[in-house]
Design a protein around this ligand. Sequence first.
Ligand code: GLC
Length: 438
Amino acid sequence: MNARLTGDETALWQAAARVLDAGWTGTATAPSPGLYPHQWGWDAVFTSVGLARHRPGRAERELTSLFAGQWADGMLPHLVFDAVHPRHAYFPGPALWRSDRQPRAPRVATSGLTPPPLHAVAALRLHTAARDTDRTRAFLAHLYPALAAQHDYLARDRDLDGSGLVAICHPWESGQDNSPVWDRPLGALEPPRAAYAARRPPRTPPTGEDYDRYHWLARLHRDAGYAPGHLRDDHPFAVQDPLVNSAYLASAHALAEIARIVGADPVPHRERAARVHDALLDRLWDAGTGCFRAHDLRGGRHLPVVTIGAFAPLLAPDLPAPVLRCLGDLLLSSRFAGAAGYPVPTCDIQAPAFDRTAYWRGPAWVNLNWLLWTGARAHGLAVIADLLYGSTLRLVRQSGFREFFDPFDGTGRGSHDYAASAALVLDLLASRRAFRAA
Ligand code: GLC
């Protein structure tokens, strides 16, 4: 870090820090205090990365609070409910998941789904961003067994076809809830008619019918006791997603490094990473379109829509040069960043499903931009990294720390004061400039 924040950057820094402080519940950060009052497993990755730059003690607490929700089989839930809120404060709440009736679940109420597993990456960043590395080394030693259990769970219970890749059993496990990638496997479901379609008038996606399907899938998983055998043999939604598997791969590398730091054996994590790397290239790389595509295990084919998840393997080290070139070309093309004033759109602009305003079907998100920026930097793709850095800061300067943004004109959408957006701006600023921690 060779330069101080400028005046404009200082103001941005302070505004982002205020959002994180306001979202702090005492043990974790609410993604958006009004709309999302509990702790989300995917958001906790991003908020801890930002908190590491601002309030490192809270960054550790964020992750330990999340792992207090881990199940005895290693499953890390995508949602840990904060008991101070009434049970209906967020729909769907604990009543859908009924974790209190599961012998493997902890005392705190959680969901029964698991988020993209980026947690080892976040934990390692807490250490690499730290000034007091003795303290963060102790933190890593404390968290290491839980991270290893999370990965063991994924390898044991989510590698449904023995390929090395993990499968998601619900769109909410992807972080990209309403992405058009899921349209085909969701459309193939036949849920009983009922429930939410009538009660939730469809304005923008997710519509009432989407909710019928989401809810039904969650209930199937729950009613099977969240059993791995059900997921393997019967559950109707099973998709190997490039973003989720890239998160898993990047975290397996991070876990090997954490193991080395804390004096454990890194070899099993390296071996797992090598296996996932090979499977990602074998199974999810589509040479025809020149990008990674999700693979539907039930339909037995790649899913057709190309979305921002296609670029997530940038998080993987050691990508072959031709693959890297194809990804860079597509990202900069008029299907993605090349035709958007405020990249990166979450869906191929030329796809029929693209919608500049609808949740995960076109708008840009700070968290996805940040993930691609991280990967582009690591691969030395300076043009792409600079584009992502600049466009992300432009989005929040123009529209504030919104949940997502119109990729053509930068209009902010979704919730205000979204913690993940604020947190990652702190990380972006701190990556280039010296800053004064609070
Ligand atoms: C929405 C987003 C998901 C996020 C959650 C909480 O469900 O799709 O990515 O984790 O909100 O912020």
